[in-house]
Ligand binder design. Structure first.
Ligand code: UGA
Length: 431
């Protein structure tokens, strides 16, 4: 099938490359000409494992191409996936102006039947607005349909997630659209939920909100565990083995970040308000997430007393491992709070440093983890990159000014750390 994917961000680029790998002819479109120029040279604008190889292979097979010309992409495709950004407005609401612009251009260029699929995370009723916009601006009498096909891939494992989804959600208004979309996803072995557009839109917001709720829940439990001298990892294990709860997303830490959970939660709270419901549960999820950073900062104080003039070595800056994404990373607030108290910061992240440098001032960025340890009064772990788990801890101890680690991601075993002579603080586990 001839497809176009509008927007070459995480979701658009990964979806475009994967849809090409499923055997479709895909044109990926973005208004950012610099990004398109990079992609045409098969250079990735983001770090995402497996993506570059997939893009190269599908470009070579002539199933994947890139353009900044939305008009030609529209006329050359049967199905158009909209994967442009829906950034947050100051009041938390999603800004849907990019979606509206794309819908308008599609309307103006449409010359044959098109299925317009929303892939970006959008509030319920966006499908309806896309439909109204296309009807209003359509120049020719070509027919079209709108559908919703939310994406559930995670950064860092995006290609794998796209190719092995737990489910495929198709929000459609006709059998015709359902069949076309089912055909596109036929090679993927996953249950398909074919439903109406509004329900599909809510499925995406509800899924992200539920996952965020699980994280805030376990973070709240970790605070109780700290106070009661219990071990949150053991509690999560015991709770997660109940099949109705499940073991995933029960890792206590410094709170969730990234461009999805914080923004989608805020947008869902706003849309609920507009629909007449005060979503207090999700407001509490947001509050706990904010407070978790304070919990971590207090642990640093507990570990080294005054932060002022001390050197804090920071390992990990991205909001999660295997990505260079710094958007809404907890590290941003944490580092700024430490600096405000007069701490000096040394930091290392395997992939996020170029992006972090643009966001963080007065940080000494180091070439590796061990350089961070050298001369630091405390080592703070903010992202659970695999490399940090494998560090030579005896060497770490010899390089630090004092053997103090505050681990925001629970990557080491407290008993082993004690045996090695560290003063080791983690989240919700006895130190
Ligand atoms: C999330 C969802 O997991 C995807 O299903 C969804 O498609 C995506 O948002 C989206 O809406 O586009 P992502 O933000 O890439 O994916 O990353 P996650 O792996 O979900 O992690 C989000 C945050 O939660 C990270 O900061 C992570 O450190 C934190 N987290 C996750 C925890 O603190 N504890 C956990 O147990 C799990």
């Amino acid at each position: 099938m001839k497809l176009s994917v509008i927007g070459c961000g995480y979701v658009g680029l990964v979806s475009g490359a994967c849809l090409a790998a499923l055997g479709n002819e895909v044109i990926c479109v973005d208004i950012d000409k610099r990004k398109i120029a990079l992609l045409k040279k098969q250079k990735m604008p983001i770090y995402e494992p497996g993506l570059e190889a997939l893009v190269r292979e599908n470009c070579r097979k002539r199933r994947l191409s890139f353009t900044s010309d939305l008009k030609s992409a529209v006329s050359g495709s049967d199905v158009i996936f909209i994967a442009v950004g829906t950034p947050p407005r100051p009041n938390g609401e999603a800004d849907l102006s990019f979606i509206e612009n794309v819908a308008r251009t599609i309307a103006e260029e449409m010359d044959s039947f098109k299925i317009i699929v929303e892939k970006s995370t959008v509030p319920v009723e966006t499908g309806e607005w896309i439909k109204k916009t296309v009807e209003r601006y359509a120049k020719k009498s070509a027919k079209f349909e709108v559908a919703s096909n939310p994406e559930f891939l995670r950064e860092g494992t995006a290609v794998k997630d796209f190719m092995n989804p737990d489910r495929i959600i198709l929000g459609v208004e006709s059998k015709r659209a359902e069949e076309v979309l089912r055909e596109i996803y036929r090679p993927l072995k996953a249950p398909v939920v074919a439903t109406d557009i509004r329900s599909a839109e809510i499925i995406k917001h509800a899924s992200n909100s539920f996952l965020a709720t699980k994280i805030s829940f376990i973070n709240a439990i970790s605070t109780i565990c700290d106070a009661a001298k219990a071990d949150v990892d053991q509690v999560a294990l015991g709770v997660g083995l109940d099949k109705r709860i499940g073991p995933g997303f029960l890792n206590a830490g410094i709170g969730f970040g990234g461009f999805c959970f914080p923004k989608d939660l805020a947008a869902f709270i706003r849309i609920s308000e507009k629909l007449g419901y005060n979503f207090e549960l999700l407001k509490a999820v947001e509050k706990i997430n904010q407070e978790q950073k304070q919990v971590f900062l207090k642990k640093i104080e507990q570990a080294i007393w005054n932060v002022s003039s001390k050197t804090i070595g920071v390992l990990g800056l991205s909001f999660k491992p295997n990505t260079d994404d710094m958007r809404f990373a907890p590290s941003l607030d944490i580092l700024q709070a430490l600096q405000a108290q007069g701490a000096k910061i040394k930091a290392f992240d395997p992939h996020a440093m170029p992006k972090a440098k643009a966001l963080l001032k007065d940080v000494m960025f180091c070439k590796d983890s061990y350089s961070v340890c050298r001369g630091s009064d405390c080592l703070a772990i903010l992202t659970e990159w695999e490399d940090f788990r494998k560090m030579d801890l005896k060497k770490v101890k010899s390089l630090l000014n004092q053997p103090v680690i505050v681990d925001g991601r629970n990557i080491y075993d407290p008993k082993e750390m004690r045996a090695l002579g560290f003063r080791y603080f983690s989240m919700g586990r006895p130190s």
